[in-house]
Design a protein around this ligand. Structure first.
Ligand SMILES: C[S@@+](CC[C@H](N)C(=O)[O-])C[C@H]1O[C@@H](n2cnc3c(N)ncnc32)[C@H](O)[C@@H]1O
Length: 413
């Protein structure tokens, strides 16, 4: 049982979230399907809202299937694989079929027919990333089923689907081929056993273009959804509320690093590789040696002529700002190089600003708002990650409070 729990992702949806999902079943839907029905938590919530709905499900585990039959006898739950099981007979004749889901978030080995489902649902997907995650196949099949009648998919996905770079192409495909109406972040406190942060996606399959997306967060105390952002996004943009908390805090009109000519690079080599090559590269752990935010790199690092060219865009020197790119126990304090020169590892960002904006940029990294912005922007479950693209959107915080800095930054933009 415990084994199944992990391998089949048997974590049932709490009533609060099941009700939220049920609220998004469109009023014109006549049937609802759950491809991974478990004990019927979602179908029961749907039934609670609307007695007239026909309820269908699939469940691969016999014990769970029995439970489902006991808890909701009127639902037609097939004891089979939700990714390959046939659609219930006569279903296509129904007007609108909505799909609800909290699929298993597990690693698995997809079959060829499952890969075809993925390709059909996301026609221009070229990445192999995420292609062993069961949940993306459940999402794909849900979309294809709902699309047969132009209905809605209301599906819970891991937060990495909303914020991770691995899933950028999937998000772009969703935005291009369907209409994402809402992305509602579900705080980790809701799923007590896993403490997983998740996102509920509401997708209208009758449209092949996403316009306005409503991004919000479920308030656990009231069961209501608090809107964080509503507007148009670029295909593939992040969908997590935490990220838009940051945008709401700092506004989108403020100048950011990109506007003032900042460049961000990172090392070519891992910590291990640079050790083997005896590069003396600065790693995240070395940044902790900084005093009062300043780090002298010394002059003992020998840059060999044959590696100098190779390392040119990843050599740190006085005036540069260094910041960890990823890590689980790293200090995320930015460090200013006070003297010396050294290569950096691929875990470290080198932030370099032109002389016209260097003071404004340094002030921004030392500004109290930097930590709040970083909290909203960095992501990841085990190790936290920040991307170069996101870093370049960092606002010039000092610019917010100081007209002097604002003018300086304006001139250089
Ligand atoms: C995260 S639980 C969700 C259950 C229920 N829908 C809910 O929201 O409470 C996922 C369920 O899917 C079942 N499952 C896992 N793989 C499956 C598959 N390939 N086909 C059908 N069910 C599957 C698991 O046994 C588990 O009961």
């Amino acid at each position: 049982m415990q084994e199944n729990r992990k391998t089949l992702g048997q974590y049932m949806t709490p009533d609060l979230v099941a009700d939220l999902i049920a609220r998004h079943i469109p009023s014109d839907a006549k049937s609802v399907i759950d491809l991974a029905a478990g004990d019927c938590s979602l179908l029961r919530a749907a039934r609670k809202r609307r007695l007239d709905l026909e309820l269908f499900g699939y469940e691969i585990d016999s014990e769970m299937h029995q439970k489902a039959q006991v808890r909701l006898p009127l639902a037609k739950v097939s004891f089979t694989n939700g990714l390959t099981g046939r659609l219930p007979r006569g279903l296509r004749a129904h007007n609108k079929i909505a799909v609800v889901g909290n699929p298993p978030f597990v690693e698995f080995a997809p079959t060829d027919s499952m890969r075809k489902i993925l390709q059909k649902a996301f026609p221009n997907l070229t990445t192999k990333l995420g292609s062993r995650r069961a949940e993306v196949y459940f999402l794909a099949r849900s979309l294809l089923i709902a699309k047969t009648t132009g209905s809605t998919v209301a599906i819970l996905m891991p937060i990495s689907f909303a914020d991770g770079d691995i899933y950028t192409q999937y998000r772009a495909e969703l935005m291009k081929n369907y209409s994402i109406k809402k992305a509602i972040e579900i705080p980790e406190s809701v799923f007590v056993a896993t403490e997983a942060r998740t996102v509920l996606l509401i997708i209208d399959t009758s449209s092949n273009k996403t316009n306005q997306i409503d991004i919000g967060r479920l308030d656990v105390a009231t069961g209501k959804v608090k809107r964080i952002f509503k507007g148009e996004l670029h295909n593939g943009d992040r969908l997590d509320a935490r990220y838009y908390d940051g945008r709401a805090l700092f506004g989108s009109t403020t100048l950011n690093l990109k506007d003032v000519g900042v460049t961000v690079t990172r090392g070519h080599y891992s910590h291990k590789e640079s050790k083997t090559m005896e590069l003396g590269a600065i790693h995240t752990s070395d940044l902790a040696r900084a005093t009062h935010g300043k780090l002298s790199l010394g002059t003992e690092t020998q840059i060999f002529p044959n590696t100098a060219e190779l390392l040119d865009d990843t050599l740190a020197q006085a005036g540069d700002i260094l910041l960890p790119r990823t890590g689980s126990r790293v200090s995320w304090n930015p460090v200013i190089v006070s003297s010396g020169c050294a290569p950096i590892t691929d875990h470290v960002f080198r932030i370099r600003a032109p002389s016209t904006s260097i003071e404004a940029v340094k002030n921004a990294f030392m500004h109290p708002s930097f930590t709040a912005w970083l909290k909203c922007t960095a992501k990841g479950v085990c190790a936290t990650v920040l991307t170069k693209r996101e870093l370049l959107t960092m606002p010039l915080f000092a610019d917010l409070s100081s007209p002097q800095n604002s003018n300086q930054a304006m001139v250089t933009s």
